[in-house]
Each structure stands twice: as C-alpha cells, then as structure tokens.
Design a protein around this ligand. Structure first.
Ligand SMILES: *Cc1c(COP(=O)(O)O)cnc(C)c1O
Length: 432
C-alpha cells in the first residue's frame, strides 16, 4: 500500500505528507508513481500479456501532464487525447505520435491539422462532419490517417447520469440509425485519405459491472458483421473504451480481468464464428489508473460551529481545484495527516474558500475532535479529474502537482503564480 500511517502521520509512497505540505505548500496535489505503475502492471497482467494484439491507451484527460505521459510511455501505454491542448502536452512530452489516439466529439480543424502533422496513430471519428475535415487536412498535407468510428451502442451503464455516455441520447458517438451510421462507414471505407480500421465505444465511467460492457461489445460486433455484409469490408480494430471503476470511498475495486475477460471472450467467439481474423483490441482506462494514486493536501483554516446544525471546517482549496463534488456529488474521504493516529469520530463539513455555498469538498467528513487551524487534511483518491478539471475561479491560482516515488518527491507541475494569472489580461485603453 502506498498509504501508511507512521508516527501518527500519513505517509504516501514513502513520503511524510506533513513534510510535503511544509516543503511544497498547500493546497497541493500529490501523485504516487508507485501506485500509477502498480495499476499499469495490472493492465499488463490482466490484459496486454494475456491477449495478443491488444493495447491500452491512458485517457489523458484524467490527468494530463508531461510527467504522467512519460510514465505512460515508460510503461508501454498508448494515450488518448481529446483536444489540441492534450495533444500539445503529448508533443511537449515527446510522446510517440503513432501511440496517440485522438478522441473528441467536435474536433476543430486546427486540432486535426496539428494531429496530422504530428502523425497521430488513430483518429476516433465521432460525427458526420468529421470525415470531410480530416480529408481536407490530409489532402493538403498529402497524408492518410488510420481511423475507427465511435458508435453509441444504446446501452445504459449504471453510474451517475453525467458520466453515462453509451445510451442513445448522447452527444458522443455516431447513433446506430441505418441511414446515419452506414453511409458514414461507407464514406470512411471509400476515402482515399482514411484507412478505416474499425469501431469504438465508451459506455460510461466509474463502472463496477461487466454486463453493460458485454452487451455493448455485442452491439459492436453486430456492426462488424453488418459492415462486412454490406460493404465487404473487414474490421481490424475494436476499442472498448474506459470507465473501469476506482475506489473513492469504500467501493470494491474489480480487477481489469473482471471486465476484459468476458469482453475478449465475446469478441473472439463471435469473430471465430464469422470466420474473421481476430481484431486488435484497445482499451482506454483513465480514472482506474490515476484516481487512487492521488491525494490533495490542505491546511485547515477557519472552523465555524453552527450550533445544533453542523461544523464547517474550511481548507485552503475548494471547487477550483476539485470540482467533482459540486459537479456530480462526488464523494471523498480523507484524514488529518498530522493526527492520522487519532480517532476520527467527529462529523464536519469540509468546505473550500470559494464564493459558492456548493463549494464543499466533503459533506460529512470524519475528523478528530481536536481538529484545529494549521492541521493538514489529506483527501484521498483525487488523482483523476482533479488537476485536469481545475479552474481559476475566484482568481485562485491552480495548485501544483508533486510526484512522489519511494520516499522521493519533486514538482511535476509547479503552482500557478499570480503573475501567470494576469499574463493575458489587457486594459483596452483606447476603447474605454
Ligand atoms: C473519459 C473517457 C475515457 C476514460 O474514462 P475513465 O472513467 O476515466 O476510465 C475513455 N475513453 C473515452 C472516449 C472517454 O471519454
């Protein structure tokens, strides 16, 4: 375990978190390289080593930094990007272009140009107007790209509504209506600038069941068969997306094999039955790689006891560095890092410093009775969609990210400064 309690303090990947807070300041995100690599090793053991012709792309949106992308490269992972900025991060990290997959439901011409220039390995086409854009760019540049088409499999996964993506009413993927989907596939197959390789799905996030995955995989393969029947075209690649659940509170983490064994069995069985060569299979895990690898350290400030109602404990961060509780009622737990041995039996509301009543990090946090200003609070499982969703609300600079690894620590991202916050602001004197 990368989390340990020693001498009454929380240690994370061998580092004393109270010392980290002192040396790097708070609020600060802390990421454990050991935990990230443990999760990546599990993907190797349960999937990549077990099944030939497979690949795993880290969904970089979960935690997109150059250091993280280096860890991906070192551990044999591809990555998935959904924007010019994520692609630029990959370029800055020197990430190999052929191992980048480009997702996104509204790719801009400039982003497509950037991706074609960098030699991105696979475009994941997510709409009817995307093919002409890709063709325009490829024609100009004399290039051809690999592409798979993201479908909306029409399967409802059980998770929070905002992170369900596979049901029919979705902004993601191409709906499987006969007169919409097949003409698009035909267009991709016939394009002289596109090498059509197959189909993609991503049914949702924070999933702990495998039945929706299997159902949606069957929908993918149904369409493989239909594409073969209608156009005589083979499918070489299927991508089953991400969404494998991570532990935030006390969920029971499922091994990758729990999801991927039945998916692979379905794919192999059905391709064998059709007499088609087994395809390459890709996955796109995000949170299951990085969520548990991250903690956030805060310093406790104001404590307000609203008599008979609740006690508010304010920390020096808030919704600008962790929007998930406000965005979709995400829940967290944590510990007072400098009193980690003490009984945490007082319920308080851990709130941030932003001007919103909804700026709550933990609605019912358990803390020791003697919690006081100056204590260090550590929120667990903040490694996914924390830093990457940070904003500058209330003109708060975004906190930095410290990478820790076997007792060593270093900045992976330095905290933003006030000067950086101001650097693009102008006072347009001549029109005022
Ligand atoms: C968000 C997303 C993922 C990763 O989801 P996690 O829940 O973080 O694993 C993978 N693929 C696509 C297309 C996504 O949008």
């Amino acid at each position: 375990m990368v989390k340990e309690i020693k001498n009454g303090r929380l240690y994370f990947d061998g580092c004393d978190t109270v010392e980290l807070a002192k040396n790097y300041g708070t609020p600060v995100y802390v990421m454990s390289q050991t935990d990230i690599e443990d999760k990546m090793n599990a993907v190797h053991k349960d999937f990549l080593d077990k099944y030939p012709n497979t690949h795993a792309a880290f969904a970089s949106k979960a935690f997109c930094t150059t250091a993280m992308l280096k860890i991906c490269e070192k551990n044999g992972f591809s990555i998935d990007v959904v924007s010019g900025g994520e692609l630029f991060t990959a370029i800055k990290a020197g990430f190999p272009g052929e191992k980048i997959e480009f997702n996104g439901n509204n790719k801009q011409l400039s982003e497509i140009e950037m991706a074609v220039d960098y030699g991105v390995g696979t475009f994941i086409i997510d709409g009817l107007q995307e093919i002409p854009l890709i063709e325009k760019v490829c024609k100009e540049k004399g290039k051809k790209v690999n592409a798979i088409i993201r479908i909306t499999p029409g399967v409802a996964a059980s998770t929070h509504d905002y992170i369900v993506t596979g049901k029919k009413d979705s902004k993601f993927g191409v709906p499987l209506d006969d007169d919409v989907f097949f003409p698009l596939v035909k267009q991709a197959i016939d394009s002289e600038y596109i090498n059509f390789r197959g189909l993609h799905m991503h049914i949702g996030s924070q999933l702990f069941e495998n039945d929706a995955f299997v159902k949606a995989t069957n929908v993918l393969v149904d369409n493989v068969a239909e594409i073969k029947k209608r156009f005589g075209a083979d499918t070489y690649e299927l991508n089953v997306g991400g969404g494998f659940g991570a532990i935030y509170i006390n969920e029971e983490r499922k091994p990758y094999s729990f999801f991927l064994d039945p998916i692979m069995e379905t794919i192999y069985k059905r391709f064998d039955e059709m007499g088609m060569a087994r395809p390459e299979v890709g996955i796109e895990p995000g949170r299951s790689i990085v969520a548990e690898a991250g903690i956030t350290l805060y310093t406790v400030g104001q404590i307000k006891d609203v008599k008979g109602i609740r006690k508010y404990v304010a920390i020096d961060g808030g919704m600008y560095e962790n929007i998930r509780p406000a965005l979709y009622q995400a829940e967290y737990t944590g510990v007072v890092a400098n009193k980690a041995d003490a009984v945490h039996d007082q319920t308080v509301t851990l709130c941030g410093k932003c001007c919103e009543s909804g700026d709550i990090i933990i609605q019912n946090a358990k803390v020791p009775g003697d919690i006081e200003a100056g204590d260090i609070f550590a929120t667990y499982s903040t490694g996914a969609y924390g830093f990457s969703m940070a904003s500058n609300y209330n003109s708060n600079p975004t906190p930095g990210v410290v990478l820790v690894h076997n007792g060593k620590s270093a900045w992976a991202v330095k905290p933003q400064t006030y000067e950086q916050l101001m650097q693009n602001q102008e006072i347009p004197a001549d029109i005022m």
